[in-house]
Design a protein around this ligand. Sequence first.
Ligand SMILES: [Cu+2]
Length: 481
Amino acid sequence: MWNYTGRTESDDEHPNPTIIARYGRPVIVRLYNEIEKDHTHTGFGSPEISMHLHNLHTPSESDGFPGDYFSATKYGPTLSAPGTFKDHFYPNVYAGYDEFPKSPANPVGGDRREALGTLWYHDHTLDFTAPNASRGIAAFYLIYDEIDSGNEHDTNPKALRLPSHPYDYPLVFQDKRFGGVGTANEGIHIFDQFDPEGTLGDKITVNGKIEPVLKVARRKYRLRLLNAGPGRFYQFHLVNGSNVQQRFTYIANDGNLLPRSLINRTNVRLGVAERGDIIVDFSQYPLGTQLYLVNRLVQNDTRGPKKVQAPGTRVLKFIIDREPSEPDVSRPVDSQVQIPLRPIRRPTSVEIAAAPVRRWVFARRNGMWSINDRFVNVNASRANIANGNSEIWELDNPSGGWSHPVHIHFEEGIILNKFVDGIQVPIPVHERGRKDVYVLGPNTRLRVFLRFRDFPGKYVMHCHNMIHEDHAMMVRWDIVE
Ligand SMILES: [Cu+2]
C-alpha cells in the first residue's frame, strides 16, 4: 500500500490519519512526497501526487487540483516548479463568507447552514487518481462546529449531541482485485491503469481489511460510510445472522447533516465518493449479537451497477461484546420522530428563474469517457463564472449502459429536478439536502442549483468513478473576479 502518514511532533507515525478539524480554526497541512522514484517494481500508480480535500470550501491553490501534481523532480502543468513538499491551507470557514462576513455575531464567518461534516482527502493526480487512491492514498477529514460538536456531553443547547468519539466511527470501503492462485501476482493487489475499463475489485476492503470484525458496545454509534472507489457502487444493508434487515437512522448525506433525520431506514446506497452517516442503536440487541453489513448491489464491470439482490455479500461483521463503560448520553435520534438537524438554504423561485443554465453531457467517446464531447484539459477553463453568481447545471447521462457519480469541486449543490428517460421522477429523500456527488444513472438528467462563492481560481468537475475520471471524463471550470 501507499499511505498518507501523519507525523506528530514526537515523530509518531499514523497511517492515513483522520484529521479532526473545527470551524473557526484554520489548518495547514504540509504534504511531503516521499514515494520512491523507482516505484515500477511495486506495480501501478504514479509517484507524483496532488492531495484533494473533498469537498472543503478551500482556496483554489489548496484544492488539490489534478494538474497540481508534484514530486522532487516533476510537476504538473498548473504548477511552476517541482518540490519535496506542498502546503495546503484550510481556513475552515463556512461557504458564503463574502455574503455573511465574520462579525461578533458570526465569529467563524460564512453561512452556518453550509457546514460540512464528513470529508475525505485523497490523491487526485491527473490520469492516475484511480491507481493512486486505490493503493491507499485516501483518508478522512471530519469537521465540527457548535451544532455538530463531536461531544455527546456538550451542554450547549444548540449541540445535537450525536454519538461522539470513540462511538463516532468512520468506515471507508474500497474495491480491490488480487492476483489469482498460481499467477505471478498471486495475492498481490493488481490494477490496470491503462485500460479505460480499469479493474473492478472483487474484494471489498473496510478500513483496509477484508471482512473485518468490529466489536461494539451496547449503545448508539454514529457510523460514517464512505465509498472511496475506485469504481464500485454499493447498497449496504444491516442484517442479522438470518439476513433479516435491521433499521437505523440516516442523518447525513455527502457529509452534510440533513434538515431532519430519516428514521427506520434499511439501506445506504453510495456511488464512488458519496458518504452516508447513520446512527445505529446497538442497545436494542442482547450481548453477543452478531450483525453484518452486506452489499446487495450487483455489479460486474466498471460501467455501473446492475440490480439489487438479497442476501448480498458480507463486508463487515459487528459483535456486540460489552456493556458501555458509562451511560450513553447521546441524543436519542433513533426514536419515532424525525428530529431537526441543520437548516438548509434552498434557492428562492426568483433565484432559480434568474440563474443561467449550463448543460453538461457525460458520454462514451472513442472508447474513452467525455464531457460535452471533449476530454480533460487542465490548462483550459471551459466555464468562467463570476464570483458570487449562481447557476443551474444540467448534468445529463443520455446513455443506457453506464452510471456516472459526478463530483463538482468546491461548492455543494441542491438537486432541483431529476429526469429518467425524459420523465420527471421524485428526488430520493436522502438526496434532498446539499450534495457534492450526483449519481447519474442510465438515461438520467439532473438539474442542480449552485452558488459560486468566495475564492476565485481553478476547479474541476469530473466523474468520480475514478476509472472514468482518469480516462478523461473531467472538465476545468474557473471562478473569476
Ligand atoms: Cu463515469
